[in-house]
Design a protein around this ligand. Structure first.
Ligand code: G6P
Length: 609
C-alpha cells in the first residue's frame, strides 16, 4: 500500500510529483522517490524518509526541463525502509514504481539471477522491473513486455513504468491495486488515488483489472484483453480544498469536525419524500431487504468496529441475526451460509486487500454481496453485487473518524430499512429513526464538539500512563473497541477494550492505583451493571472517566471526570460518544507530540494481505 503518481505533458513535472506525493503520504511514508525524464536520460532521486527529505535532495541537485516523471511514497513490505529499497527501481531499460506485492518474487528472482540479473534492493518491485526488462529485451515492445511479464506475476500491483527511448511516455498497468488516470489542461496523469491529482484536474478515469494504459503528451490509449480504446473521462465532485486541512492543525481534527455534515450526507440520499428509509438511489428495493434472513459483516480495523455497531442495530431494530468477521480470518474459517445470507463488506478506502479477498471468496460461493464503501469506483465498490456509498468525502488522516462514523450511520439506516420492509416497525417509528439520524445525530455531535476543554483535561490525565482500559456493555463494548483502537494507534499508549462484565475474569489484575479506566454508558438499562464494574476498578484505585448519558444521575464517587452525552435519541447518544472518544485520543496524542495524521508503522489504505 504505497502511493504512486505519474505525469506527462507540457508543464514542469517535478513540482507535480512533490505535490501529489505529499497528498499520497497517507498511503505510506517510509521512503519517497521520483524518476524524471530529462531529454533522453531518466534521473532517479530517492531516499528513506518523507517528502521533506526528497525536497532537500532536489534543492542540492535540482532537476530542470522535465515534463515526464513518475513518483512513489512507500509503506515497507519487502525490505525495510532504506535508500536502496526506495522506489523507483531500475532494471536495464525499465524504471518503475509499484504499489502492491509480487507474491512469487522469490522464484522469479532466482530465475532472473540465473540469467545474470543483479539486484540492488531487497524489494519484490525490483524483481518486477527486471522481469519486464527481460521480456522487453526480446520483444522490444513496451506493451508486449508488460503483458508477458505481468502474466507471470502473482499478487497485486499497480505499476507506473518508463522505458528508455520512449521520451514523454508513461506505461501503466494494474491488477488488484488501485489506479486512476486523469486528464488535465497540460497533460495526462496517473495516481493511486484521485485526491493526489485534485490540485491539477478533476477529469479522471478509474482503471480496470489488468488494463494497460499508454500515456503520451497527446493522449491516452488503453489496452484490455484484445481491445484498444480511449478512456471515458468523468468529472469528480471532490474539490482540492476537500484534501487540504482547511485551517485545522491536523487532518484528523478537521475530519472529526466534519462528522455532523458527513452523517447528514450519508443519510439524506436514502430518505424518500415521505421521510422513510429508501435505498432506491443504490438500486436496492424493499423486496431485496425482505429476502435477507441473516447478515455476515466482513471488514478490517475500524470498519470492522462499525460492523460491531451494526450487529446491535440490525439485531435490535431489524431482528436479523448478524455476525461480524475480521476479513483476514474470514476465508480460513468461513461461517455457514444458509439461504438468505447477505455478506456485507465495509471499507472506507474500497481497496483493503483482506476485505477484497473476503468479498471475492463470498462471491465465489454465489452469496449475494453488498459493499459499504466511501471511495467511489474503487475495487470493492465495483466488485460487490450492490454498493452503498457513505459519501464521507476524502479522508486523509490515517486514523479514521468520519469514515467509521458514516459506516455506522449507514448500517443504522439499513436496519431501519429492513425493519420497515419486513413490517416490523410502523411508518412512524421508521420516520423517527430517519429523523434521529438526519437531524438529532448531527446536532448532538455538534454539541459534543464544543466540549474540547473537557476532552483536553481527560487527555491530560492519560498522559504518562502505559496502560489504559475502555469498558462498556452491549453497544458500549462496540464503542470501546473503536475507542481503544483510536487511542493506541495515534498516541502509542497501550489500551484495551473490555466488555465491562468480563474484566473481573482476569484482566482486573492489571488495575493498579492510578490506572486510567474509561467507561462508556449510552444505554440507560445497562448503567447499573456498568456502574458495579466501575466500583470494582475504583476500589482498586483506578482513575475513572465516565462517558455517560446526561439523564443518568452519576454518584460523585463513581468517577473522577464525567462526559455527559445528549439523549435526544439512542443514535444521538451513541454518535456523540464517538466524538468524545475520538477527541480524547486526538488530544492525548497531541500532548504527547505524536505524528497524529501519520502514526508510525501504519498506512491508511492497506492493499496487502
Ligand atoms: C487501516 C486503517 C484503519 C482502517 C482499516 C480498514 O488499518 O488504518 O483506519 O479502519 O485499514 O480500512 P478500510 O479502508 O477497508 O475501511
Amino acid at each position: 500500500m504505497c502511493g504512486i503518481i505519474g505525469y506527462t505533458g507540457t508543464d514542469n513535472a517535478v513540482p507535480k510529483m512533490i505535490k501529489g506525493l505529499t497528498v499520497l503520504e497517507y498511503r505510506g511514508y517510509d521512503s519517497v522517490g521520483i524518476a524524471a525524464q530529462v531529454g533522453k536520460k531518466t534521473e532517479l532521486v530517492k531516499c528513506k524518509g518523507r517528502i521533506g527529505s526528497l525536497e532537500e535532495k532536489l534543492l542540492v541537485n535540482p532537476i530542470e526541463n522535465c515534463s515526464c516523471a513518475i513518483g512513489h511514497t512507500r509503506w515497507a513490505t519487502h525490505g525495510g525502509p532504506s535508500d536502496a529499497n526506495a522506489h523507483p527501481h531500475r532494471a536495464g531499460n525499465v524504471v518503475l514504481v509499484h504499489n502492491g506485492i509480487i507474491e512469487n518474487y522469490k522464484e522469479l528472482k532466482e530465475e532472473l539471477s540465473a540469467k545474470g540479473a543483479k539486484f540492488l534492493s531487497e524489494t519484490d518491485t525490483e524483481v518486477a522491473a527486471a522481469l519486464i526488462n527481460d521480456c522487453y529485451q526480446s520483444c522490444k515492445d513496451p506493451i508486449a513486455a508488460i503483458r508477458q511479464a505481468t502474466a507471470r506475476m502473482k499478487g497485486a500491483f499497480a505499476f507506473g513504468i518508463l522505458f528508455d527511448g520512449y521520451e514523454g511516455e508513461v506505461f501503466v498497468i494494474r491488477r488488484g491495486s488501485p489506479l486512476i488516470l486523469a486528464r488535465g489542461k497540460d497533460g495526462y496523469y496517473l495516481a493511486s488515488d484521485m485526491t493526489a491529482l485534485l490540485p491539477f484536474t478533476k477529469e479522471y478515469c478509474a482503471m480496470r483489472e489488468d488494463q494497460i494504459a499508454h500515456l503520451t503528451r497527446q493522449g491516452v490509449t488503453c489496452y484490455h484483453n484484445d481491445k484498444v480504446f480511449e478512456p471515458e473521462w468523468k468529472v469528480t465532485n471532490m474539490t482540492p480544498e476537500s484534501a487540504q486541512k482547511g485551517g485545522y492543525s491536523h487532518f484528523m481534527l478537521k475530519e472529526i469536525h466534519e462528522q455532523p455534515e458527513a452523517v447528514l450526507k450519508s443519510i439524506s440520499p436514502r430518505i424518500n419524500k415521505a421521510g422513510l428509509p429508501d435505498f432506491s438511489c443504490d438500486n436496492i428495493t424493499p423486496d431485496f431487504w425482505k429476502q435477507v434472513k441473516n447478515i455476515q459483516i466482513v471488514a478490517c480495523g475500524s470498519a470492522m468496529h462499525a460492523g460491531m455497531v451494526g450487529i446491535r442495530v440490525l439485531e435490535d431494530i431489524a431482528k436479523i441475526p448478524t455476525t461480524v468477521h475480521i476479513a483476514s480470518e474470514y476465508r480460513y474459517h468461513p461461517p455457514l451460509m444458509p439461504d438468505g445470507t447477505l455478506v456485507v463488506v465495509i471499507s472506507q478506502s474500497g481497496e483493503t486487500a483482506d476485505t477484497l479477498a473476503a468479498l471475492r471468496y463470498a462471491k465465489s460461493l454465489g452469496v449475494p454481496t453488498l459493499g459499504i464503501v466511501n471511495a467511489v469506483e474503487t475495487t470493492i465498490a465495483r466488485e460487490a453485487d450492490r454498493r452503498i456509498y457513505t459519501y464521507a468525502g476524502p479522508e486523509i488522516a490515517v486514523a479514521t473518524t468520519k469514515g467509521y462514523c458514516t459506516q455506522a450511520s449507514v448500517l443504522w439506516m439499513i436496519a431501519a430499512a429492513i425493519a420497515h420492509a419486513r413490517g416490523l416497525i410502523s411508518d412512524a417509528s421508521a420516520k423517527e429513526i430517519v429523523n434521529s439520524l438526519a437531524k438529532e445525530v448531527p446536532a448532538a455531535m455538534e454539541k459534543m464538539l464544543e466540549q474540547k476543554d473537557l476532552f483536553h483535561k481527560i487527555a491530560k490525565s492519560l498522559v504518562g500512563h502505559e496502560h489504559v482500559f475502555y469498558i462498556g456493555r452491549g453497544m458500549d463494548y462496540a464503542l470501546s473497541m473503536e475507542a481503544s483502537l483510536k487511542l493506541k494507534e495515534i498516541s502509542y499508549i497501550h489500551c484495551e477494550a473490555y466488555a465491562a462484565g468480563e474484566l473481573k475474569h482476569g484482566t482486573i489484575s492489571l488495575i493498579e492505583p492510578g490506572t486510567p479506566v474509561l467507561a462508556i454508558s449510552t444505554e440507560a438499562d445497562l448503567f447499573d451493571k456498568t456502574e458495579s464494574n466501575i466500583r470494582e476498578v475504583r476500589s482498586r484505585g483506578a482513575q475513572v472517566t465516565l462517558i455517560c448519558r446526561e439523564d443518568i444521575p452519576v454518584r460523585k464517587e463513581s468517577a473522577d471526570e464525567v462526559v455527559s452525552l445528549p439523549v435526544s435519541s439512542p443514535a444521538a447518544t451513541v454518535f456523540s460518544a464517538l466524538i468524545a472518544i475520538q477527541y480524547i485520543a486526538f488530544e492525548t496524542a497531541s500532548m504527547l507530540g505524536c505524528d497524529i495524521d501519520r502514526p508510525r508503522n501504519l498506512a491508511k489504505s492497506v492493499t496487502v494481505e
